[in-house]
Design a protein around this ligand. Sequence first.
Ligand code: 7TS
Length: 404
Amino acid sequence: MFDVTAIRKDFPILSRKVNGKALVYLDNAATSQKPRQVIDAIVSYYSHYNANIHRGVHALSQEATDAYETARRKIQSHFGIAKPHEVILTSGTTHSINIVANGFSSILSPGDEIIVSQLEHHSNIVPWQMLCKATGAVLKVIPMNQEGGLNMDAYQELLCSKTKLVFVNHISNTLGTINPIEFMTQQAHRVGAAILIDGAQSCSHIKPDLVALDCDFYVTSAHKMCGPTGIGMLYGKEAWLEKLPPFQGGGEMIDQVTFEQTTYAGLPHKFEAGTPNVCGGIAFGAAIDYLNTIGFKAIAAHETTLLNYATEKLLAIDGLKIYGTTKEKTSVISFNIEGIHPYDIGSIVDKLGIAVRTGQHCTQPIMDFFNISGTVRASFAFYNTLEEIDLLTAAVEKAKMMLS
Ligand code: 7TS
């Protein structure tokens, strides 16, 4: 039974006030809030078994190592990954993408092509531009359409024997579009290209099965899915991870070190140089446990209700336009009101205790496509309520009255 009132009690922050009003947190695409279960895991680690891992014979180190490796297996099983060492624990999506981009710099040749989509977050654009600059590879872009979907005909036309890599997000952080990643993966493989899927926005809404999906890389950040900041995942197929060189050198990632030559450790350690975010890894595992207790079917059902209700309510405001209207979309609404700057709406609703994001959302190409400087973005999580959407709508109406 999905009981949003009971669920909200798990999140201490949801009972605080902002500017004298009850907090209405609708900036979940930027980062999610954390339940007590995750906060307790962090407090417990630092209170009872804080130690460095993979290196101590003492009891605390072994306890911490066991907890960290247990978390890795939870992540593996959650994402339907075949082997635990295909889970590389990173500092987050951006770090994960940069590991892959750096690795491909030794694989690509001038004239090779890599494909990104117009819907990407800057963190899934800039590393590939840097890679192209370093290797002489060419960046191609899958165009978007007015609804905020990707043009699959254009994608198929871009794919050719020169294509080595495709990068696409599972869900757009700005528009909420759910991209057809199964189809895109099959098509990339048809021409022998690898595909990386940026799951930063999907993992709080959907439980992907990565073996079934057959993508080559999948990346995400724990903080988007009720976990802490500073920890995330790079999934890679074993053969790819074996092939790519390490990103950073240091302790943990080596086998033998002499001044003449160093050999690297096996997976996953090859990509995990230095003392990792031990506590973050353990808390990532706790976040996955928590989300699975709620259940992804129930999460999706509630979020669809929120999305449909909010879409209807917001569209009833005269002059309000929603960007991102594909049929397959998640609980993110980007909007503007004619003649009003998004920042001004964001500031007024903040005074009423409502947190939304305003601006470009790290997706300038989307803003350029719509010829706008930014949007107001309300992004809903499973702990949000219909009453909060009523408060948002009333606040936006008030902002409109004050600003027009
Ligand atoms: N990719 C997508 C699709 C994202 O939404 C984000 C963060 C990132 C990559 C980068 O993730 P990080 O954890 O490495 O920073 N998106 C947002 C957002 O929409 N608002 O703030 C951060």
